[in-house]
Ligand binder design. Structure first.
Ligand code: C5P
Length: 305
């Protein structure tokens, strides 16, 4: 049986500006995404009938299952395969197998990453001949972060996050991810944002110019100082214990720390690889997270291996 395998990174938001709720239930975003080398792998294997199935295995060092991952048609990788099949009138089925390393419901777009990976894997398996633009369009229909996970690197995200354009960036950034014991629902965090802004609608969001300047210069300290996330106050209200991660990060000389996306993962920026190892050790020793995972960015988007 033929197989294809795709590796796909997690994403973080170096800035996440969130505007007022739109009529379609989404929020306008102005974000800077970065892909980091904390990667899931999705394998697509030919099957003899037209079934589309998925199995999920948890990989990685000590990373555990923070929330259940659906293994039916609610799995975003299955949705991706079905959407690609519909768009190109493919008759075949596929057996998908996901090796999960990206935290589940952690604010790092793990489900969206698997969808992007399934698109690339099934496209290659079925030989659909889809153009990059066609894959991006299908990706946008699957979720706001999915187009970025095809793209990778460091990029601006507009619209509801699905409009991606590259950002000039120099150097590598050394991150430590403080992993929480259980996930947060993205929709619940956005709903909390709306409650907070019920009497005071937020303005249309913008990317902080200081962040773009620091990225272009490869200035890690400048990036650390410019990190921002409009959803952070909501995530901290839902999980006050995350404040302890920030306190330890600061004591240990982190260049910056921020809730990743809708949380609860906290991303901590280190000066270099040695400092990253030291930060991870301190976060674990202080018992403020269940895992502390080191990863660097930027990293390529979903790609065949
Ligand atoms: O696009 P995606 O399906 O990943 O979004 C998950 C949920 O996050 C949406 O149903 C919505 O509640 C919220 N969301 C939002 N505004 C965005 C992106 C996501 O309100 N720009």
């Amino acid at each position: 049986m033929r197989t294809t395998t795709v590796r796909v990174p997690a994403k973080i938001n170096l800035s996440l500006g969130v505007g007022p709720l739109r009529g379609d239930g989404y929020h306008p975003l102005a974000t800077v995404y970065q892909a980091v080398d904390l990667c899931d792998e999705v394998r697509a294997t030919e099957v003899e009938d037209d079934s589309v199935t998925v199995e999920v295995h948890f990989g990685g060092d000590g990373l555990r299952e923070q929330a259940p991952v659906p293994t039916d048609d609610n799995n975003l990788a299955v949705k991706a395969a079905l959407a690609l099949r519909d768009a190109f009138d493919v008759k075949a089925g596929v057996a998908l197998s996901i090796r999960k390393v990206i935290p589940v419901m952690g604010g790092m777009a793990g489900g969206s990453a698997d969808a992007a990976a399934a698109l690339v894997a099934c496209d290659a398996l079925w030989g659909t001949g889809a153009t990059r633009l066609q894959l991006e369009e299908i990706a946008a229909g699957l979720g706001s972060d999915v187009p970025f996970l095809l793209h990778g690197g460091t990029a601006l995200g507009g619209g509801r996050g699905e409009e991606v354009s590259p950002v000039l960036v120099r150097g590598r950034f050394h991150w430590v991810f403080a992993i929480a014991d259980r996930g947060l629902s993205t929709a619940a965090v956005y709903a909390g944002y709306d409650v907070r802004h019920a009497d005071d609608p937020p303005p249309m969001p913008e990317v902080p110019p200081a962040l773009l300047t620091a990225l272009a210069a490869g200035d890690a300290a400048g990036v650390g100082a410019a990190l921002s996330n409009d959803l952070q106050p909501v995530a901290l209200a839902l999980r006050p214990e995350l404040q302890d991660v920030f306190a330890v990060a600061e004591q240990a000389g982190a260049l910056g720390a921020l809730v990743s996306g809708s949380g609860p993962t906290v991303m901590v920026l280190a000066e270099d690889a040695d400092h990253s190892a030291e930060l991870a050790r301190r976060l674990l020793a202080e018992g403020v997270c269940v895992d502390a995972v080191q990863a660097t960015g930027p990293h390529p988007g979903a790609h065949l291996i």
